[in-house]
Design a protein around this ligand. Structure first.
Ligand code: HEC
Length: 102
């Protein structure tokens, strides 16, 4: 009788541990999603605009801080200044994108 109880207990333990193993959580928590704001990302194109700006726009005057003017103010300024600097529309557009990135 005592032997039977012991055998049942062992059997119960084995069944229990197997069940516990299979029901253990297997899904790991997903890594946090990285969010990047477009305005802070310096793309190759913006870097090119920065380069164009720094190399062409400080010949006649100091390099203006892009933050000195709003995007609306920059539009006519770049149009006017790109002609002074003898730059084409594509270069002007890149400079505009750079100075208005933030
Ligand atoms: C050939 C000389 C020359 C070059 C090159 C030049 N500028 Fe100018 N810039 C001027 C002069 C002169 C003024 C002031 C008179 C005016 O606004 O036309 C000026 C004024 C400015 C102002 C002040 C505008 C305002 O309305 O107060 C900004 C900003 C400016 N330039 C940006 C640029 C940028 C950006 C470039 C490059 C694409 C550039 N400049 C290239 C001659 C130049």
């Amino acid at each position: 009788m005592k032997y039977k109880v012991l055998a049942l207990a062992v059997l119960a333990t084995i069944i229990y541990s197997c069940a516990a193993k299979s029901s253990a959580p297997t899904a790991s928590t997903p890594p946090p999603v990285k969010t990047t704001t477009a305005s802070t990302v310096m793309t190759a194109e913006l870097a090119e605009g920065k380069n164009l700006y720094e190399n062409n726009c400080a010949k006649c005057h100091k390099l203006y801080d892009p933050k000195e003017f709003s995007a609306e103010q920059w539009k006519p300024i770049v149009d006017r200044m790109q002609k002074k600097a003898h730059l084409d529309d594509l270069a002007g557009q890149k400079i505009y994108n750079y100075v208005t990135m933030n």
